[in-house]
Structures are given as C-alpha cells and as structure tokens.
Design a protein. Structure first.
Length: 126
C-alpha cells in the first residue's frame, strides 16, 4: 500500500510540472515550465489548498534518487578533460565564489526570518 501511495504522490508532483509546462507553452513565458510548476506547488502549499502530507513521501523518494541525475554531468566532464585543463582554475574560482555568495545570502535570509519570527512571538506575548 505504501508503494502505491508513493507512486500517486509522484504523479501529483508530475501533474504540477505538467501544468507549469502548459502555462509556459501557452503564455510563452521566459520562466521554464518546471519552475512554474514548482512555484504553483509552493503557492498551493502556502495557501493551504494542498497538504504537505499529500506529496511528502513521493518527494522524499525522488530526492533519494537525486544524485543519479548528476552522473551524466560527471561523465560529460570526464569526456572533455581539456576543458578542465585550460579553464579549470577559472571554473573552480567561479564555483567557489558562487557557493560563498549563496551561503552568505542564505545565512542572512535565515537570520532575517528568525528575527521577524521572534519579533512576532514577543508581540503575541505582550
């Protein structure tokens, strides 16, 4: 029974992706369809039109297989070693700087959200 539930949840996630793709094709937007589907899912979850329990196990199952999606990229890099020998230092520098920027931005965002949450808590107590 659990596997059937996971399969149904994966189909629900696929449905959001499909709807996002249809919106992308219909409106000719610059945002990819899968991103629109994720934004639609986020909107439905935020507005409580959709419960997290309805997709949680299916999403967890898909995330467990996420590393397999990186295998083709790694094989592509292995097929073109000249790319890394010529511009490898530049690529490493770009990845390093972008990672640092992402960590700093995420840290500041989480601190800002925590401060606003704490402020709301303090206002409710008063």
């Amino acid at each position: 029974m659990k596997w059937i539930q996971i399969i149904v949840q994966i189909f629900i996630l696929y449905g959001f992706s499909f709807i996002g793709e249809m919106i992308h094709r219909t409106l000719h937007l610059l945002i990819p369809g899968n991103v629109l589907g994720l934004l639609l899912l986020l909107l439905c979850l935020s507005l409580k039109l959709f419960k997290l329990d309805w997709i949680e196990q299916g999403a967890g199952f898909l995330i467990a297989f996420l590393p397999l999606l990186f295998v083709p990229a790694m094989i592509g890099i292995m097929n073109y070693p000249s790319l890394l020998s010529k511009q490898g230092v530049l690529l490493f520098f770009i990845v390093f700087i972008s990672t640092i920027m992402t960590v700093v931005a995420a840290g500041h965002a989480s601190q800002l959200l925590e401060k606003s949450r704490q402020k709301r808590k303090d206002e409710q107590k008063a």
